[in-house]
Design a binder for this molecule. Sequence first.
Ligand SMILES: Cc1ncc(COP(=O)(O)O)c(C=O)c1O
Length: 396
Amino acid sequence: MPVVDTLDIDALRADTPGCGHRIHLNNAGAALMPAPVLKACRDHLTREANHGGYEAAAEAKAALEDTYDAVAELLQCHRDEVAIVENATRAWDMAFYSLSFAEGDRILTSEASYASNYLAFLQQARRTGAVIDVIPRNEAGSIDLHVLEDRIDDRTALIALTHVPTNNGLVNPAAEVGRLARAAGVPFLLDACQSAGQLPLDVDALGCDMLSATSRKYLRGPRGMGFLYVRQSLIETMEPPIIDLHAATWTGPDSYTLRADARRFETWEKNYAAQLGLRAAIRYALDLGLDTIQDVVQARAAHLRKLLADVPAVTVQDTGAVQSGIVTFSVDGQPASGIQEALRAQDINVSVSPPSSTLLDATRRSLPPLVRASVHYYNTNEELGALQQALFSLTT
Ligand SMILES: Cc1ncc(COP(=O)(O)O)c(C=O)c1O
């Protein structure tokens, strides 16, 4: 049976209100929420309105706590290793800025680094004298593992990798990077923002010590929600850059004690409706199975790349031996923003990846702003065909 038939796409589309109105190919921006996610968020907001915010949280305590179990199941970690925060960037920041760097310490990363992460490297390099070392890509476009292995030395304080970059179909070989990090005893921080919900993630198999992700992308959760995993053995060595009365207890006029679990990276105040939406989204993905989701998303994206290759004015810009649901392309003589606008007028949602989102990669490959059509399992081949037809008519 072909992999695309392993999910009941019609049923999944019927469970997704947004599928009825548009062709949504901006899943790497924010995917469409399925009905149970929407219901979880709405029900909690209604309870907050009717019962009071604190009272609603008390009523939902068991479900809110279950979010930690859901994330733990998704990542194959312990619930005490999970922090629920407002987005992937803050999750990543809380891990990164909790590490200490001394002058000459080396941060190894890849050309596919996401802008916000690289900005944090630059800031810490300025503050501490740490050195950023960018590992080049190999011929296939992913991080060169041989160079990485050679560059790890006793001053290497961190390896930080973007698993699935925002501007490219590439899937970086995270587990291989994790093996090298482990062998060298170097902490490994994985940005799984675009991979959570489209690829199976097992923190032990990946060999990562910290992992950040967001709710709204391939997981199909609500906006303004994310999570962080930190390996138990590291948590107690990490002092969060910002703390509050949830992260720590004020024990005396001159003292405080940090929580022992990963919730030391959280804040007290939270968007509980969104947290319950995240929980529903993760349970939804787990029910479908991440292996199945991966197969279907990759098959759909491969099909789209083939369709785009038949449009003469279009150049697919994806690299990587293993590829994700993100499909990027440029169009001869037409700016990406114009294509995005023209497609939106036809109810086709795509986004634009500007060079500044992944500056090193964009510079290295001389990329213009790219059109990004990111597919999910609920996109049909008919929808992908409609995108191809729209591009034919926009370019001929
Ligand atoms: C690879 C990658 N990392 C991190 C982020 C940041 O995620 P968030 O907007 O949830 O902070 C993004 C967002 O597009 C991303 O693509």
